[in-house]
Design a protein around this ligand. Sequence first.
Ligand code: ADP
Ligand code: MG
Length: 475
Amino acid sequence: MTASARRLLTESPRLSDAGDANPAWHPILADLQNSLPSQAYHTWFEPLQAFLSPEEMLLVEVPSRFYYEWIEGHYADLLDHVLEARLGNRNALQYILSSSGALNLEPEPAPVPDMVPPVSNGHTLTNGSGDSRNGLNPRYTFDRFIEGPPNRFARAASLAVAQSPGATSYNPLLIYGGVGLGKTHLLQAIGNAAQQQFPDQKVRYISSERFTKEFVEAIKANRGDRFSAHYRNVDLLLMDDVQFLVGRDRTLMEFFHIFNNLYQAGKQIVLSSDKPPKELNGLDERLVSRFGWGLVCDIGPPDFDTRVAIIETLSEHERVPLDMDVIEYLATRFTNNVRDIQGALIRLVAHASLTGTDISLDLAKKALHDLVGTHKRKVSVDRVQRIVATHYNVAPDLLMAKLRSQPIARARMIAMALALRLCHLSLKQVGANFGGRDHTTVLHARDRVIQWEDEDKEFASELKELIRHIESDED
Ligand code: ADP
Ligand code: MG
């Protein structure tokens, strides 16, 4: 690794506040393309997307820590040079982990509908599978979705909905499951299949984060009405990751109205969430009960045979031939989700091309040894509490107590917010771990900490350091 100060940020800044990075990023990409062998450019740089942080920092999204290390390990000098030339500062770029990890397979973010001038010729705005404004990425299809027992039901329901949107009893269809299990893939596949079969229908895929961002922007620009009208006008709404609407009261209200409108008009709604509806604490209960009006189905982690099938398909698609012993090694070691499997494969391929060797079981063991077994580790609430308490010099027990003195209350809020970010728990579960506080208290802590991060740079870096410590092996 070089002396570069370009970092991989462990906690992504809120990109919903970010601006358009392309005017800065595209010239940098062009320079890189001119300086690199085309294979290297296409493999490592072309797929990357950049965002602009509120501080005007270029944030480049990478699919894994390994990817970041690779780029900085191999191209740091070139990046120094290009960044100096283009931005006058070699450290004006930092990296963030993409929230969904799968390189090159992410849906294109759809532009804000309100930015698009209205059309007067009667043609709809979102028609046609070639129109990126429906938010669909053609890579995600049913063909590419490998079926197995844990996803069979969700897949079948998705297929039924795609074939007759709005005309099945699966309205809304809600698919829930952990990260990397194929929720986005299925939502996108529904959209692609429906759009292909019914080119005149208005299909719209959107993540709830992006929906929130668009809504906030529309309100700011006094275009709330056009925003509503746009969404009330779709035939098939695919809303990904609804759990991110928790705590966004105004956006939720807007979504609630859109939902009712579409539902009453017999339009199809498909939603995904990382947990079952009843655990979506903090969402409007009326909305949660409506989620149950249609069909709710879950996706579980793939079983062994499905994992093998997924790896085989990936290796075919990526034209990386793999022996059966390597496939079985991957399928035995990476059991959590499909995204981890893809990450392992990318890394394996990179190692093989670096060392100029064929992919073998030996190479797989060498290349992946540090991922195996560690990719499952979750941070415990205990650990968060202990490290935060020590850092702020308070007794860990006090984080659970009712005491409200200033320094304790502040440390407690920080610990709650970090537990929420790092421990994969619901608001309710975090509250329960802090002396039985309720989910609104946790929500409040989350928002306050975000606010402090925004207002106070020193606090923001203190928090980053805390996160790094918590996620490390140090005591
Ligand atoms: P989620 O939205 O549930 O977090 P994604 O849909 O983003 O997960 O899936 C992560 C990656 O794994 C994507 O690249 C997706 O195409 C792939 N994937 C997930 N499930 C399957 C499957 N059953 N067959 C093939 N690829 C899958
Ligand atoms: Mg997803």
